[in-house]
Design a protein around this ligand. Structure first.
Ligand code: HEC
Ligand code: HEC
Length: 209
């Protein structure tokens, strides 16, 4: 994908990230007082209705979120103090750790819904070009499992968390992300679209691990 090459150029050569040090931060907290991540994000980063899953998200994505939450480009009142309390090395380490874990979903066996059979499937697989919305799968990959360093997995996010992020882009309280790609798509998504997309992805999964 052409945009992947552009985006990977955005990443400065990373200093060596240490996933084992990251596992320790997740379990015990950081050196400057950041709380143990497991207390909200789950023992394996699986998340819950109120706390987004971190396991299996790309390291570049996770690190960028920690940076933007720390500097308030992404307004996240609960996370901001913890993101601020992580050193650059700790952010890289904890991002590498969560990226190394498996996504907390199991793909369902058997026939999957097709683009013709539901609005959610259509939006995910084809987009809605009349409104300038590209297919989610183009950037978020098959099953919404994420692609490369920059495109997070979305197939397992709760509808309420997804809607909160779309609202945040609409009211500009979340940074628009690399090249402003997602910020501009979010402006065009209705609450019904998000419900449809979340319901479609849910059908692809047989539940959490
Ligand atoms: C007190 C609960 C709490 C703790 C502890 C916590 N988080 Fe969070 N985290 C949240 C909440 C709530 C959000 C959702 C923020 C939002 O968008 O409003 C979040 C979001 C995130 C995100 C963005 C996820 C995404 O999909 O964009 C990352 C990355 C993250 N947290 C990393 C961490 C790390 C690393 C730690 C440990 C150092 C940690 N969190 C500890 C509550 C917590
Ligand atoms: C042109 C590429 C592109 C397309 C198409 C796209 N996205 Fe995204 N999306 C992104 C990028 C890049 C990010 C990460 C933004 C950031 O770093 O903050 C993202 C992030 C997200 C997030 C936030 C994930 C989290 O954990 O907080 C959601 C939700 C999302 N996209 C939903 C969608 C939906 C639904 C569609 C289809 C209607 C879609 N996206 C189509 C590029 C895209």
């Amino acid at each position: 994908m052409a945009c992947l090459a552009v985006l990977s150029a955005l990443h400065a050569p990373a200093f060596a990230a240490n996933p084992d040090a990251g596992a320790k931060i997740a379990a015990q907290g950081g050196s400057q007082g950041a709380t143990a991540c497991v207390s909200c994000h789950g023992s394996q980063g699986e998340g819950s209705a109120n706390f987004p899953p971190l396991a299996g998200q790309p390291a570049g994505y996770l690190q960028r979120q920690l940076d933007t939450m720390a500097n308030n480009q992404r307004k996240a009142p609960v996370m901001a103090p913890m993101a601020k309390a992580l050193t650059a090395q700790e952010k890289a380490d904890v991002a590498a750790y969560y990226a190394s874990l498996a996504l907390p979903v199991k793909p369902k066996q058997g026939a999957l819904p097709t683009a013709k059979s539901s609005d959610g499937a259509w939006l995910v697989e084809r987009g809605r070009w009349a409104d300038g919305i590209p297919a989610c799968a183009k950037c978020h990959g098959p099953g919404g499992a994420g692609v490369g360093l920059d495109f997070p997995a979305i197939g397992h996010l709760s509808a309420s968390y997804m809607q909160a992020q779309v609202d945040a882009w609409k009211n500009q309280s979340r940074d628009a992300g690399p090249l402003g790609l997602m910020g501009s798509i979010a402006q065009k998504l209705t609450p019904q679209d998000i419900k449809d997309v979340a319901a479609y992805y849910q059908q692809l999964h047989s539940g959490s691990n």
